[in-house]
Design a protein around this ligand. Structure first.
Ligand code: PGA
Ligand code: ZN
Length: 381
């Protein structure tokens, strides 16, 4: 394909923050999300702001006439990063990829893939994803284990509704998870018990895990919990935090723990027992150098892939390949401020990424799950 026309404009994401949408050749569009608990080592979403990046793309960038035939050709856009920021680069690359593939990105990139990722669904949440009284742990995540994405979506919805009814919850975080005034430990106990019942009634095993996003409650010396056990806060130092995490993993059979230590603590991560998936998000920020450091220090066995943390689909692909070559499980992820773009679903299938974290509730989350269900339908004819 050849770029004949590029339009960039400001839209609003699910948090009503400015986001960018790019339309290529009047037909193929893409948009990109933004985080709230962003890692220090992420690239900037926009060098100055959305309007400035749109102006640059519409009036200054010399994109017209550029040719794209293969995925690797998208590297031509990477050099715009210092001018427009990661979210703008990615939106351009996604839109071009849509035209190259006639909107079937996964098939264009990997026609033989039969790999639909398992979803990780945020059912109860807090931390930086709400201003209300909530848990310090940012996300309590369902990991359903049915064979089909349709069954996995159905069981996640069921648990999401059940939790609201049983705990009488009415308000949601930015990501459509329920906000609870229970303590962190009480929520763990509730899910532990409930998910065993769900397995008995629905016949689908549902494991669970957490994203602690612990940089958001690390004050430089302590992990400061507002409500760790019933109506009691706590300040844990690094050693106590490690002990606490290892204990809850064991007591509640957690299959996944994301960012249990702050984003600079490669050593602390290495002391979390790898009897569970120990996942780096803010620790690694989809960055090759940080991934190498995490592997060297045995910090993680799992990592989050968020393309806009590194601001290039080409660099993202390199990180995914390197993680796989080093036996690091990958989890491609949405951001808390999402758009209706479904590219991460296609990339999960194309790159055979085993997990996708994309929430349960809200149209910006559900569209990505629906895209996976549609792909599953196409695969099975
Ligand atoms: P964010 O959070 O999108 O607000 O950065 C999601 C996460 O920490 O996984
Ligand atoms: Zn995270």
């Amino acid at each position: 394909m050849i770029i004949k026309e590029v339009k960039a404009r400001k839209i609003l994401n699910s948090r009503k923050e400015p986001a960018i949408e790019v339309i290529i050749n009047n037909k193929y569009s893409a948009s990109t999300p933004s985080g709230a608990s962003t890692g220090t080592h992420e690239v900037k979403a926009f060098t100055k702001d959305v309007n400035d990046s749109c102006f640059y793309i519409n009036h200054k960038a010399t994109l017209k006439g550029l040719k794209f035939e293969t995925f690797d050709d998208l590297e031509q856009i990477d050099s715009l990063l210092p001018k427009i920021g990661g979210n703008a680069v990615l939106a351009i690359q996604y839109a071009i990829l849509r035209e190259m593939s006639n909107n079937e990105v996964w098939k264009f990139l990997n026609p033989h893939s039969r790999s639909i990722p398992m979803p990780l669904g945020n059912v109860i949440g807090g931390g930086k994803h709400t201003k209300k009284r909530s848990t310090s742990i940012q996300e309590f995540l369902l990991m359903p284990r049915a064979m089909s994405i349709r069954d996995n979506i159905a069981v996640m919805r069921h648990v999401h509704e059940k939790a609201a009814k049983e705990l009488k919850l009415k308000e949601m975080t930015d990501e459509g998870a329920w906000i609870s005034s229970l303590s962190d430990t009480e929520v763990l106990e509730y899910l532990h018990k409930t998910l065993s019942n769900v397995e008995n009634t629905m016949g689908i095993k549902v494991n669970f895990g957490i994203d602690m996003a612990s940089s958001s409650f690390w004050d430089g010396k302590y992990y400061v919990y507002k409500n760790i056990v019933k109506d009691k806060g706590a300040k844990l130092n690094m050693a106590q935090q490690i002990e606490f995490v290892n204990k809850i993993v064991k007591d509640h059979f957690l299959c996944y723990v994301e960012d249990p230590l702050n984003e600079e603590d490669f050593d602390g991560f290495s002391r979390i027992k790898k009897t569970t998936l120990v996942c780096g998000d803010d620790l690694v920020t989809t960055n090759m150098e940080r991934l190498k450091q995490a592997i060297k220090s045995k910090s993680i066995n799992c990592m989050i892939i968020k393309p806009n943390q590194i601001g290039s689909i080409i660099q993202t692909r390199k990180v995914v390949d390197f993680a796989k070559a080093n036996d690091i499980i990958t989890v491609i992820s949405h951001r808390s401020g999402e758009t209706m773009d479904t590219m991460i679903a296609d990339l999960a299938v194309a790159w055979e990424i085993p997990y996708i974290k994309t929430g349960i509730h809200g149209k910006e989350r559900e569209c990505k799950l629906q895209r996976l269900a549609d792909i599953e339908g196409i695969m099975h004819g």
